[in-house]
Write a protein that binds this ligand. Structure first.
Ligand code: FAD
Length: 471
């Protein structure tokens, strides 16, 4: 029988470094390969967004790996969305009616470094930087690398290969180009891209604007957001169409136009962005897309995980959380399986994918929904009325109600799909009843909650019947 203990992981980003740590803790021999230099030694941007929102699903994964408390020290709690209108007025919209539920801003680089440090504490984990995977021979479980320092190519052999190499995965390309099995793949680009800007710390080292919130300047067809960093700065992200509308990334091509755009739509933010023009013309404009594919694994040899398997747009703040949750779900499949033979690994990969795929498909769709919600709906009166009602339900009946946002973000015990189905049914029930004036926010809250819960169950039942209807 082939020995199945040497594991090669491609990509030492967030998912790969956590996976290396967890599998290292389980005693496997791990070789983790990363194309970039060691971010703990070289001052490089950690790639993609500088900071991210970490929430309960991600924290559950940190707990599994025994690093939750260390990670929490890097976190800045964000209790809600601070909405900025055109005149610069702000209103705080809490994420939940339950005070203990909030999301956290965390530096991608600091979190990645922490996970690498923890993984490296295990003698059986070896990390190699500046080695880019060019392709994977998934039949023979080998990977071809280019060493960026020596410029030489080399082949690595392993018993199992995991690809956590992000949205442009080399293994996924090899599946696609290999044409050895039926591999389904889709990539949908958003019409909007993003650019990062920054608000510097205040002169006294504090924060120039409210620290404990995710700031949103939603303007219907585009938006600006800002998340706090530990050093007093904020990372600001502009989401804007590439080529549509009066202002877009294509036509914002002079400092005057950029300033005119911010003056018109983000006046209060502009005051905090003295480096706007420099940042705007120095920092890249990047696209946003959704990747779905299947199967994720080839026999018991190779497996895609994290963004490599399911990249999503960032509007639910769940891409990293979902990638971390992959490791939790995989760990359970591993626990229940028999990883000592090829057949054993194949069964584990199958069980993992069967369990996980519907949830990652669900969060991909929810993330697109939230793009529209964040841009526009947060400013819409009926949407705000719905949110106020939901906040009151959660505050007064914490055990009897969770909004869709709470189910997705704070309920680590149910999958994304269940959160999506229930959340959407609740949204439909409340919006219908508010439109028909069947709910009154000032009326007896318990009666309103009972009405909403009853209508939700009816919608869920109807959807279930519709889905199971056979012609
Ligand atoms: P990645 O983080 O992309 O890591 C992949 C690693 O593999 C990298 O280190 C890369 O250098 C390496 N690599 C790539 N190709 C190769 C190769 N061929 N050979 C060797 N190494 C390779 N998620 C959240 O949960 N909350 C948020 O608030 C949030 N905000 C976001 C904001 C933006 C603007 C974007 C773009 C994403 C955001 N995300 C967020 C999503 C999150 O960034 C990703 O889901 C997460 O980084 C996925 O982790 P990963 O390890 O799978 O992939």
């Amino acid at each position: 029988m082939k020995k199945q203990q040497n594991i090669l992981i491609i990509g030492a980003g967030l998912c790969g470094s956590l996976l290396a740590l967890r599998l290292g803790q389980r005693g496997f021999n791990i070789n983790l390969y990363e194309m970039r230099p060691d971010l703990r030694k070289v001052d490089i941007s950690a790639g993609r967004s500088i900071n991210l929102a970490l929430s309960d699903r991600g924290l559950k994964a940190m707990r599994l790996a025994g690093v939750e408390e260390q990670v929490k020290e890097l976190c800045i709690p964000m209790n809600g969305r601070l909405l900025h209108d055109l005149e610069g007025n702000t209103v705080l919209a809490p994420y939940s009616g339950r005070e203990h539920e909030f999301i956290n801003s965390i530096s991608r680089g600091d979190l990645n470094a922490l996970l690498l440090n923890e993984a490296e504490k295990h003698q059986n984990v070896n990390i190699h930087f500046n080695k880019k995977c060019k392709s994977v021979d998934f039949e023979n479980t080998t990977a071809l690398f280019e060493d960026y320092e020596t410029k030489e190519n080399f082949v690595e052999d392993a018993d199992i290969i995991f690809a956590t190499d992000g949205a442009g995965s080399a293994l996924r390309k090899s599946y696609f180009l290999g044409k050895k099995f039926l591999f389904s793949f889709s990539q949908d680009w958003l019409t909007h891209g993003y650019k990062e800007l920054s608000i510097l710390p205040a002169k006294n080292g504090g924060y120039q604007t409210y620290k404990n919130a995710l700031h949103i300047w939603g303007r219907d067809s585009f938006m600006l957001i800002a998340l706090p960093n530990l050093d007093g700065s904020f990372t600001v992200t502009l989401f804007l169409s590439f080529d549509d509308g009066d202002y877009n990334f294509g036509n914002l091509n002079t400092p005057e136009k950029v300033l005119e755009f911010f003056e018109k739509y983000f006046k209060d933010a502009l005051e905090l962005l003295p480096n706007l023009v420099d940042d705007f013309f120095t920092n890249p404009t990047s696209p946003l897309g959704t990747v779905k594919c299947s199967p994720w694994h080839y026999k018991g040899n190779t497996l895609l995980m994290g963004d490599a398997a399911h990249a999503i747009v960032p509007f639910y703040g769940q891409g990293m959380n979902a990638s971390f949750e992959d490791v939790v779900v995989f760990d359970k499949a591993l626990e229940e399986g028999e990883p000592n033979s090829e057949a054993g690994w194949e069964a584990i990969f199958k069980a993992y994918e069967k369990n996980r795929k519907m949830d990652t498909d669900a969060i991909a769709d929810l993330a697109i929904d939230n793009f529209h919600e964040m841009k526009g709906h947060v400013n819409n009166a009926i949407f705000r009325e719905k949110r106020n009602l939901e906040m009151a339900f959660e505050k007064n009946f914490p055990d009897d109600y969770s909004s869709k946002y709470s189910l997705v973000t704070f309920n680590e015990d149910i999958g994304y799909r269940e959160a999506m189905l229930r959340g959407r049914a609740q949204d439909k029930a409340i919006l219908n009843m508010l439109a028909d004036r069947e709910l009154n926010i000032d009326a007896d809250l318990k009666t309103n909650l009972e009405k909403v819960n009853r209508a939700t169950e009816e919608i869920l039942e109807d959807d279930h019947v519709a889905k199971n209807f056979k012609h």
